[in-house]
Design a binder for this molecule. Sequence first.
Ligand SMILES: [Zn+2]
Length: 163
Amino acid sequence: MEPLTEQQIRAAFVNCTKGESKRLHVPRDLAERPWVDLDFLGWRDPRSPERAYLVTELDGSRTALALRCPTPGTRQPPRGMCAICLTSPAGGVSLMVAPRAGKAGQQGNSVGTYLCTDLACSLYVRGLRNAGPGARMQESLTTAEQIQRTVTNLAAFIARVTA
Ligand SMILES: [Zn+2]
């Protein structure tokens, strides 16, 4: 994806208030992120590990999501699989819950998905980060096809949040 600035990221949040999107933690090292190899940028708040965020640009439209990990520190099933990139990373997966956008979210509705705990799905799919032995399925899809599948899964999750 194209590199984004802090302002662009803050403006892209769809499921938190304007005030929250101004205050939430955005990484300081945006310029050093491997954007060209990212389908989305995901990060956690170092001061509040139960808070995670992601931003992506799909079909020219930017979307950022605020996520909660309801059970921080609780070990997930050791071979849990990420629903976005279909990796079972050695670092584990976490259930991440997104308040739904708009009225539904204000009424407390949310949607959850299992995601790589370190939010490094893009790097696992491209083989740029080692997910550990047996973490990636043997399959006949090319890397490009696996990237496409990851993007499709991410788009489906975002559609559930913004529906
Ligand atoms: Zn993943």
